[in-house]
Every structure is written in structure tokens, then in C-alpha cells.
Design a protein around this ligand. Structure first.
Ligand code: 13P
Ligand code: SF4
Length: 392
């Protein structure tokens, strides 16, 4: 990962009050007019969301980025992998800016290209008679997306993971795949999204193995590796790891009318106990569609949960866990950084541009466009399948 670290902001931006920052951001936006689009992920703080032209989950924002025609600048209020995808999906002329370069994602950093190449070499050697389709969650570097694109796979997000896995299990776009040949999905980098989705599709847990990049054969024996339908990379989200099954038990005990809805980055044990699981956009839609008096314990990042609580005072909404489930990297995008990048743009200086190199861009585009072409947004709802059932 060749990321440039964030330079300290000029002092003035740290001394301005929120009210002053807001005024300055507003006038910079006016000056930039239609040249600018600001995209904001659901986990951004309210102060930033107030300035977003579009908000959404990572799937919706990737679509929005791809739709940006005629703008010169996309300021992406989210994390690094999202800004990289926006750069890949926008025309060459569009410059994508991440207000704080320190806004990374610990999960995306859990799979490097070198580790991926090593895994691929071992897996293809052990399973020469199988079609291996790599699928990567959006939360990965552009280099991993490019690897996936070059090897007949696709990107997925938490809102279309099931559709992408269904496509992959038919052989994806792997050259030379013939119907009837065993297909294995290599899923990066979130083992939980992979496991939760595959399980909801009817695959029992014993058809999945975890690949630990620090161990030979990923920590598996050759037989287990060959038999598996899913090889799940050993990665996770440190925010969603904070939700535990006991939190769901507490809700059941103390709030019997409360529904538990969680993001599929939560552990399988949590998703199994929850009532529903889906992407951030799915969670927003469920709450918006619920009648007054509904009660929710939500297992996802605290800023989204707090926003939903404020927007729906007619419902009772709590975070599933009482620990601070905060994505500290998303939180790095704040008014001072937003103001700084916008005022630089007004002056004609493009700071914090995210630019993916040409080779990576070529193949990552293939992987992202395959995802956008796969129809449907089947959420991996946790309808529990009896363990032992398999799909045809
Ligand atoms: P969504 O796909 O729901 O936007 O989630 C992205 C993410 O980073 C969740 O941790
Ligand atoms: Fe990454 Fe987790 Fe933050 Fe999402 S919530 S950006 S997966 S660290």
C-alpha cells in the first residue's frame, strides 16, 4: 500500500469555530458550483453529511460516482477504498479527493497483493481441476480489485454480495470454465460477510474454510481446501467485531418487542441471533419503512445509528452494544478537512487527490463493472438454513 500520509492542516482550519467553517464551506461550494459533487457514506458524522450532495452505502455511492458526468471534482467523504473506486468509475477528467488521507479501513488493509498472489499460487496448485473465482468486497485496495478482475472475478458490496456469489458460483468470468466443473469462491477480505452470505444461500459452515495469509495453505490441510466451496480470507471489521451474541441476548431479555438488525460484517453468531441483516442502506430502509412505536437495536457504526435515532423520534432506536462502535477512520473526515480541500479547489489547488495507476485501474474497472452489471440487490438476510443443507 503506497499511501501518502495526511499533512497537518494549516493552523487556521483548526482554530475556526464550526459556524465559521460551515460558512466557509458553503461559500466554497457556491464558488465551485456544478464543477463539484460531494458524496457522503452513511457512517460520516452529521456535520459532514449536511454538505453531501448524495449519501448512501458503498454500492449506491459507487453507482453515483459512475454517474458523475460533467463534474470536475468529486469530494469523497468516506474512506480510502471508496475514493479509489470512485476514481476508477469516473471519467479520467474527474478528480477524486479524500479530505483526510488518514481515512483508511483496517479491514481493507488485512489483504495485501503479495499475500493474495501467494494464496492464489497455493490454491491453484492444490486444486488444479477446479475453477477458482475470486470475489472481493468493496472494502479492499484497488490492487486486490484489479487482481480479481484479471482472474475472472468481481467486486461485491454488502448490498449485492449474494447476487455476486450466485454469479461466481456459475464460474464467474473465468476463462476456460466448463459447466459441471467444481467452482470454488475465494472471498476477500471479510470472512464474516462471506460466511454470512454463503450460509444464507444454504451452504453449511463445513463447506467454508478460512485462509490465514500468515500460514502455509492458509492454515488448512490440502483435503479441506480442495473440498471447500468457499475460501474466506481471514479479515474482519474491527468496529463490527464489537457486537457479540450476548448483546442480542440482552435485548431479547430486556426488550422483547425490540427488533435486532445488524450489518453482515458482524460475526455469524450475531447475525444468526439477529432478526435481520443487511447493508447500511438496507438498515436505513427498514427503519424508514417501520411504523411509529417500532423498537430497534442496531448493530452498526454509531454515527448512522444516532442519525436514525434523531430522524425518527417516533421510534425507539439504540446501538446494539453499549461500547463505542465508532469507525475512527471514517471519523477523520470533519469540517476542518472538508473546508481545507474545498478552499484549495477554489484556489485551483487539488489537494489529497486519489489516483489509481493505469494498470490497476484497467483491471479494477473490469471487476467493478462486472459488479455493476450483475442484477439485483439481494440482501443477505439471516434466514437460518438448517446446517447440513447444500445448494444444488
Ligand atoms: P456498506 O456496504 O453498508 O456501505 O458498508 C461499508 C462499510 O464499510 C461497512 O463497514
Ligand atoms: Fe472499514 Fe469497518 Fe470502518 Fe467499514 S466500519 S470502513 S469496514 S473499519
Amino acid at each position: 500500500m503506497n499511501r501518502v500520509w495526511q499533512q497537518p492542516l494549516p493552523k487556521i482550519y483548526t482554530q475556526l469555530s464550526d459556524a465559521e467553517l460551515r460558512l466557509r464551506i458553503e461559500s466554497a461550494r457556491e464558488a465551485l458550483g456544478p464543477k463539484l459533487a460531494i458524496l457522503g457514506h452513511h457512517y460520516q458524522q452529521d456535520a459532514v453529511i449536511d454538505f453531501a450532495d448524495f449519501t448512501g452505502d458503498s454500492f449506491e455511492l459507487s453507482r453515483k460516482a459512475a454517474d458523475q458526468k460533467g463534474v470536475e471534482y468529486v469530494v469523497f467523504c468516506g474512506v480510502h477504498f471508496m475514493a479509489e473506486s470512485a476514481d476508477i468509475l469516473t471519467d479520467e477528467s474527474v478528480r477524486v479527493i479524500l479530505p483526510d488521507l488518514g481515512a483508511g479501513c483496517s479491514m481493507a488493509d488485512m489483504a495485501s497483493l503479495d499475500q493474495t498472489l501467494e494464496c492464489w499460487a497455493q490454491l491453484t496448485e492444490e486444486c488444479p481441476d477446479q475453477t477458482i473465482v475470486p470475489v472481493t468486497y468493496m472494502n479492499s485496495s484497488a490492487a486486490i480489485k484489479a487482481f480479481v478482475g484479471e482472474h475472472g472475478g468481481a467486486v461485491c458490496t454488502s448490498s449485492n454480495c449474494r447476487n455476486v456469489l450466485e454469479w461466481a458460483l456459475k464460474g464467474g468470468a473465468v476463462e476456460g470454465h466448463v459447466p459441471g466443473r467444481k467452482v470454488k469462491v475465494l472471498f476477500f477480505p471479510d470472512q464474516h460477510l462471506g460466511r454470512n452470505t454463503a450460509y444464507a444461500m444454504g451452504y453449511p459452515l463445513d463447506r467454508m474454510v478460512v485462509w490465514d495469509p500468515r500460514q502455509d495453505l492458509g492454515g488448512n490441510d490440502a483435503r479441506g481446501l480442495r473440498d471447500a466451496d468457499f475460501v474466506l480470507w481471514k479479515g474482519h471489521c474491527s468496529v463490527h467485531a464489537l457486537f457479540r451474541p450476548e448483546h442480542v441476548d440482552d435485548v431479547r431479555r430486556n426488550h422483547p418487542d425490540m427488533k435486532v438488525i445488524v450489518h453482515p460484517e458482524c460475526k455469524w453468531e450475531v447475525v444468526q441471533k439477529a432478526d435481520m441483516a443487511g447493508s447500511t442502506a438496507y438498515i436505513v430502509k427498514q427503519v424508514e419503512a417501520a411504523p411509529p412505536g417500532s423498537e430497534w437495536a442496531i448493530g452498526t457504526e454509531v454515527h448512522l445509528v444516532n442519525r436514525l435515532r434523531n430522524q425518527h423520534p417516533e421510534q425507539k432506536i439504540v446501538v446494539l452494544s453499549d461500547c463505542q462502535c465508532l469507525c475512527t477512520t471514517m471519523y477523520r473526515i470533519d469540517l476542518p478537512h472538508l473546508c481545507w480541500v474545498l478552499e484549495n479547489l477554489v484556489e485551483g489547488n487539488v489537494v489529497n487527490e486519489i489516483k489509481v495507476d493505469a494498470h490497476t485501474r484497467k483491471w479494477a474497472t473490469v471487476a467493478l463493472e462486472r459488479m455493476l452489471a450483475i442484477k439485483g440487490t439481494g440482501n443477505p438476510i439471516n434466514k437460518v438454513q438448517p446446517v447440513g443443507t447444500t445448494v444444488d
